[in-house]
Design a protein around this ligand. Structure first.
Ligand SMILES: Nc1ncnc2c1ncn2[C@@H]1O[C@H](COP(=O)(O)OP(=O)(O)OP(=O)(O)O)[C@@H](O)[C@H]1O
Length: 327
């Protein structure tokens, strides 16, 4: 792997759980620790320049929290994160460095200011941070519109005048306007029709080819993840349980959770490409099982899985998994 653009070392994020007044008073009287959700639990990973990393896992496993920490939007509770070797913190969002990591969200409508014309939405941050002079902003924005496949007259229109796919193109153009080095797409195509999803994915692939951007791609659509990503991290209740080159993960998954997640995933493209619900309930993140979080649902769990927290270990070149009972 070439020098990493991003590196996380035991990065964690905890949120206070919502508690009733009675629970809060009990905690105060008894001195008990308040309940907390460990949304991201000691995650260590690297992303190489130009690489695309997929993040998958059931709802609530911490994908978005991890993405927002990588983007510097959320502070970490512990652990460290580095961008090109430099430790950074969430307040970096206010500096020009923060622009180097851009995020694209699921719902473009809520992330685009409805009162601004597309010209201002795309050009605003680039002008503000001196990336382009105000008088040169129009050709700059026009060039970006062309790159994302929008017509020139989009310039003067407002977000509500576009379809969902077009709004996502505006979101991509706005992200590219500040010349990022890394793009994080959090369910960026989930709200779009299947045919439009394919167009946006092709656009992202083209942008990656043209600019060599590193990308993090979060999706429930395993077909998209396989198609787009070089490597994939599988998360379960805040922890990364498997990390491998994409083809290897899909062809030879090691962790029982990954296997169950991929089970039933059609080999040839079909209408349903996201994962089926897997057996057993996802445990409450406020009371995760001890040891391996997955043991109550795991078909190969043994007694020590209830006590020992499995660390990620090497299963082959670049292939890591955190299962005590798998070679
Ligand atoms: N601001 C917050 N306050 C309290 N708890 C939070 C907050 N943000 C996330 N969580 C909790 O952290 C855990 C991880 O949430 P997160 O949104 O990162 O998961 P996810 O894998 O992205 O889920 P989804 O696929 O549904 O978007 C969940 O238990 C969630 O309820």
């Amino acid at each position: 792997m070439t020098a990493p653009i991003f590196e996380a070392e035991a990065m964690s994020r905890t949120f206070a759980g919502s508690r009733s007044m009675f629970q809060q008073l009990t905690e105060r009287w008894t001195g008990a620790e308040p309940l907390a959700v460990r949304a991201v639990d000691r995650v260590s990973l690297q992303l190489a320049e130009g690489e695309t990393l997929g993040i998958v896992g059931e709802s609530g496993c911490g994908k978005s929290t991890l993405a927002r920490m990588i983007a510097g939007i959320l502070p970490t509770t512990s652990g460290s994160r580095r961008f090109r070797g430099e430790v950074y913190d969430s307040f970096l969002r206010r500096t020009r460095d923060a622009l180097k990591v851009q995020m694209i969200f699921q719902d473009p409508m809520s992330s685009l200011n409805p009162r601004l014309r597309v010209e201002d939405i795309i050009g605003e941050a680039a002008i503000l941070h001196g990336i382009v002079a105000r008088r040169e902003a129009r050709p700059y924005v026009l060039d970006l519109l062309e790159r994302v496949g929008l017509p020139e007259d989009a310039l003067r229109r407002y977000p509500h005048q576009f379809s969902g796919g077009q709004r996502q193109r505006i979101g991509v153009a706005r992200a590219l306007a500040v010349k990022p080095h890394m793009l994080i797409c959090d369910e960026a195509v989930a709200a779009l029709d299947v045919s439009v999803q394919a167009q946006i994915i092709n656009l992202l692939i083209k942008i990656r080819q043209d600019s060599g951007l590193a990308m993090i791609f979060i999706s429930h659509d395993l077909g998209v993840i396989r198609h787009l990503c070089d490597r994939v991290a599988v998360m379960y209740l805040g922890r990364v349980v498997e990390l491998a080159p994409a083809d290897e993960l899909f062809d030879a998954p090691k962790h029982p959770y990954t296997r169950m997640l991929l089970e039933g995933m059609p080999r040839i493209s079909s209408e349903r490409r996201s994962f089926l619900p897997i057996r057993g309930e996802i445990p409450s993140p406020l009371h995760p099982p001890l040891g391996c979080h997955f043991h109550p649902r795991c078909p190969i769990a043994s007694a020590h899985c209830q006590a020992i927290v499995p660390e990620l270990r090497q299963a082959g070149p670049g292939h890591l998994h955190a299962c005590l009972n798998t070679a």
